[in-house]
Design a protein around this ligand. Structure first.
Ligand code: THU
Length: 160
């Protein structure tokens, strides 16, 4: 071995009442979006909400398909929806929540690998970190950038 690389991640865990009003609103939007998910196969309803720099809030959810891989996670549905409507607006924050069999999850819902890659692209595209609020009934995991959740990432800088 020529060297060892230590990677560290900083996640803060907050109670809902410790969040700002804007954050609470975003979390509420993500929780509400779970109710509109199309998840007949997994019965795992995920909701996401993004806050854009202009104050606009967009929410979305997972959209499943009988041909399973054709479905899309809540995070990507929401980001693509927001970027399609406001391609010039920075995404400032995203909240994620999930509901299984009528209950919000007791563990924080964290984005899958493919969604992390798309969130990284969004941060790079707007040259701005995105706060990520991962909701659970017990507490909210907060990362200040997707980079905290995607160490050693592959981004556009590698293509240059
Ligand atoms: N899912 C999301 O929408 N976001 C995540 O972060 C994890 C998983 C969806 C995909 C699928 O519709 C269901 O949850 C079960 O994996």
């Amino acid at each position: 071995m020529i060297k060892e690389i230590n990677l560290s991640t900083k996640i803060a865990v907050y109670l809902l009442e410790e969040c700002s009003d804007k954050e609470k609103k975003l979390i509420e939007a993500a929780k509400n979006a779970t109710q509109r998910a199309y998840a007949p196969y997994s019965e795992f309803s995920v909701g996401a909400a993004v806050l854009l720099e202009n104050g606009e809030v967009f929410s979305g959810n997972n959209q499943e398909n009988a041909a399973y891989p054709s479905g899309l996670c809540a995070e990507r549905t929401t980001i693509f929806f927001a970027n399609a409507a406001f391609p010039q607006e920075k995404v400032v924050a995203m909240a994620i929540a999930a509901c299984h069999k009528g209950n919000y999850t007791s563990d924080a819902i964290t984005p899958c690998g493919a969604c992390r890659q798309v969130l990284l692209e969004t941060e790079n595209r707007f040259r701005s970190p995105m706060k990520i609020l991962m909701y659970s009934e017990k507490g909210i995991y907060v990362a200040n950038s997707i980079r905290e959740l995607l160490p050693l990432s592959f981004g556009d800088e590698m293509l240059k």
